[in-house]
Design a binder for this molecule. Structure first.
Ligand SMILES: NC(=O)c1ccc[n+]([C@@H]2O[C@H](COP(=O)([O-])OP(=O)(O)OC[C@H]3O[C@@H](n4cnc5c(N)ncnc54)[C@H](O)[C@@H]3O)[C@@H](O)[C@H]2O)c1
Length: 318
């Protein structure tokens, strides 16, 4: 049986990553799309052959009765929409961050639990094929000893995200915190540095972390570096993996000089960014969880823990 999906928000990101992913998943029936801007919803509907077009998401939900709703709107526009959908007992996929404050994320998680809905937050790096394979190889040798998450962008001279409606750490650096949790467990002790580089808002976040698993971790992120780079290091027993989910994973093991290189396109079996970057696989995970009536790995309760990690970084500066 097909899973009936309705989407709220037909902006650039949804069109680039989520609509192509959902379109390729056989078990999905994309039944309706809604955007405040009618032309956007209509153009998306034409491109992905979606029958129904709306500008009012409440009307869309009432008329189409979907099995799940995707909410892909700007973070500061998320709360009322997601609160309504969760209140209706709907299964919800939302993009990161799950709210612009930890209070919003907590409210979502509480409501989802009360209503027993299946939820997911878009932390696609956990689902990117080279990342999955790198972690599998570390786990095979007894698990993570140490890990590092790097995230750099070139954001010099630009205003903060959404004119400052949400801080950079919560909005974007959160990907690295989520990946660290995925690699090593829950953070136990943190020492961090938060700095403004060439800007009047925080745009560099560094931290040394000890996890409850006993593993250690490093966060190294800066929005005034010369290029967008997202990468991780995973250290296990006699093995190290350097992975960029959009490029490749490079493995060294047992003192060998020869690296083993796994290209991301090869791991994903596709040259499409929406596939090898992890979006297709996170969407597939959500749909499978809906069918099996179980919670996805990055459900709202889990994402709330990543929001707690955000708070911990701010609270642990020295
Ligand atoms: N996972 C990632 O790596 C990643 C990358 C980029 C963006 N994102 C996330 O994707 C989300 C969307 O980003 P974007 O850049 O596409 O935003 P956008 O502003 O371009 O698109 C959002 C769309 O939602 C519509 N919208 C807003 N409120 C609505 C409502 N109440 N009803 C119907 N439509 C409504 C807007 O009209 C707009 O077309 C954000 O949460 C962002 O954080 C995630």
């Amino acid at each position: 049986m097909k899973v009936k999906v309705a989407v709220i928000g037909a902006g650039g990101f949804a069109n680039m990553m989520h609509f192509p992913s959902l379109k390729e998943i056989e078990d999905v029936e994309l039944c309706a799309v809604c955007d405040l801007i009618y032309e956007r919803a209509r153009n998306t509907a034409e491109k992905f052959q979606i029958e129904k077009v709306y500008t009012d998401y409440k009307k869309m939900i009432e008329e189409t009765a979907p099995d799940a709703v995707y909410i892909i709107v700007a973070p500061h526009h998320l709360f009322d929409v997601a609160f309504f959908c969760l209140s209706q007992g709907l299964n919800v996929f939302m993009e990161k961050p799950p709210g612009i404050t930890i209070h919003q994320a907590k409210r979502f998680a509480q409501l989802a639990e009360q209503k027993g809905t299946i939820t997911m937050v878009g932390f696609q790096r956990r689902y990117a094929p080279v990342m999955v394979e790198a972690k599998r190889r570390i786990d095979e040798r007894g698990g993570m000893v140490h890990c590092q998450a790097n995230f750099f962008k070139h954001h010099i001279g630009l205003p903060p995200y959404y004119e400052g409606a949400v801080d950079l750490l919560t909005c974007d650096v959160i990907h690295s915190l989520d990946t660290l949790r995925w690699m090593a467990g829950e953070p136990k002790k943190v020492k961090s540095i938060v700095k403004n580089n060439f800007a009047d808002y925080p745009n560099m976040f560094l931290a040394l972390i000890e996890f409850d698993s006993g593993a250690t971790g490093i966060l190294s992120t800066n929005w005034t570096s010369g290029k967008r780079i997202y990468s991780v290091e995973m250290h296990g027993k006699g093995i190290i993996a350097f992975a960029d989910p959009e490029k490749e994973a490079v493995f060294f093991k047992d003192n060998s000089e020869e690296p083993e290189i796994l290209k991301t396109q090869e791991a994903a079996g596709s040259d499409e960014l929406f596939k090898y970057a992890g979006f297709y696989f996170e969407n597939k995970h959500f749909i499978e969880c809906l069918k099996e009536k179980k919670q996805p790995a990055t459900n709202l309760l889990d994402a709330y823990k990543t929001m707690e990690f955000v708070e911990l970084i701010y609270a642990s500066t020295f």
